[in-house]
Design a protein around this ligand. Structure first.
Ligand code: CP
Ligand code: NVA
Length: 313
């Protein structure tokens, strides 16, 4: 049996594969918008395993699989044996014999890697402490939809160097754009944790205004990610000067977009005038999780599809 492809980190796919997935996202979105049924995954089953909470990821994968003609099953740590210490390797053996594709939201990246190493079917990272590749897939698709090719453009990341930030940094290397990061002292990017190749696609700035300067896209995320709640009070203090506000958006290019993976905290990492303002595309970004992940599942299960048909190699 050939080893399945997985999407555990953004750099698991090549630029050319992303170009295919973005093109398919657009086609799949158009079908959805015009009530055209597209059921290439009839009889296929997606298992979604959540060890952390979610609104968008669960909804977009579950609705997406149904819209492609398949079925989605939701498991969480609380009411499955996963919460009672069954080894990840054993769970992977069993779950992947009863399903066609698996999505996991968990803590350490090593957990999803151990699962994938024992899975017969493709595994998708629905967020780990280290990465959130499905989010950046949708974010870049949104950028392309709004502004065209992201190659050679500049993204400003303001705030915590978390899972979403690490994934932007990987994406910059794969798709050849720049990321300007500004974090408070002590919260800087750890290139090893981000698993970068050091291709010179990112720069760190102590001053967030400098990072935002001339950016084509300004983006941020919560100051305290899931699993780090004990640090919340210290982080509120440390990040106070890292809010994306109107002044910071003015430092960016006049037509710069604002993105946030959501959920957001108005008055913390972003001012209400920015997230609810004219440069913000956060609702389009959230919706595109659905279309981009449908294209991702199509690619992992069927390979390259053009139109409604599989392409003969
Ligand atoms: N952005 C995102 O992944 O949202 P959820 O936590 O609601 O899934
Ligand atoms: N960085 C956030 C993203 C939530 C979608 C977290 O990990 O909690």
């Amino acid at each position: 049996m050939a080893a399945p492809r997985h999407f555990l980190q953004f750099n698991d796919f090549s630029r050319e594969e992303f170009e295919h997935i973005f093109a398919r996202s657009a086609w799949i979105k158009q079908q959805f918008k015009s009530y055209q049924q597209y059921w290439p995954l009839v009889d296929r089953t997606l298992v979604m395993i959540f060890e952390k909470q979610s609104t968008r990821t669960r909804l977009s994968f579950e609705a997406g699989m149904h819209q492609l003609g398949g079925t989605a099953i939701y498991l969480n740590t609380r009411d499955s044996q996963l919460g009672r210490g069954e080894p990840v390797e054993d769970a992977a053996q069993v779950i992947s014999r009863m399903s066609d594709i698996v999505m996991i939201r968990t803590f350490e990246q090593t957990i999803i890697e151990r699962f994938a190493a024992n899975s017969r079917v493709p595994v998708i990272n629905g967020l780990t402490n280290e990465y959130h590749p499905c989010q950046i897939l949708a974010d870049i698709y949104t950028y392309i939809e709004q502004r065209g090719d992201i190659r050679a453009k500049t993204v400003a990341w303001i705030g915590d160097s978390n899972n979403v930030c690490n994934t932007w940094l990987q994406a910059a290397e794969v798709l050849d754009f720049q990321v300007r990061v500004s974090t408070p002292p002590g919260y800087e990017v750890e290139p090893e944790r981000a698993n970068l190749h050091g291709t010179g696609h990112f720069q760190q700035f102590a001053d967030p205004m400098e990072a935002a300067s001339g950016a084509d896209l300004v983006t941020t995320d919560v100051w305290t990610s899931m699993g780090f709640e004990a640090e919340n009070e210290a982080r509120l203090k440390a990040f106070a000067d890292w809010q994306v506000d109107t002044e910071m958006m003015k430092a960016a290019n006049p037509d710069a977009l604002f993105m946030h993976c959501l959920p957001a905290h108005r008055g913390e990492e972003v001012a209400a005038e920015v997230i609810d303002g004219p440069n913000s595309v956060v609702w389009e970004e959230a919706e595109n999780r659905l279309h981009a992940q449908k294209a991702l599942m199509e690619f992992l299960l069927l390979g390259r599809v053009t139109g409604k048909f599989l392409e003969r190699q």
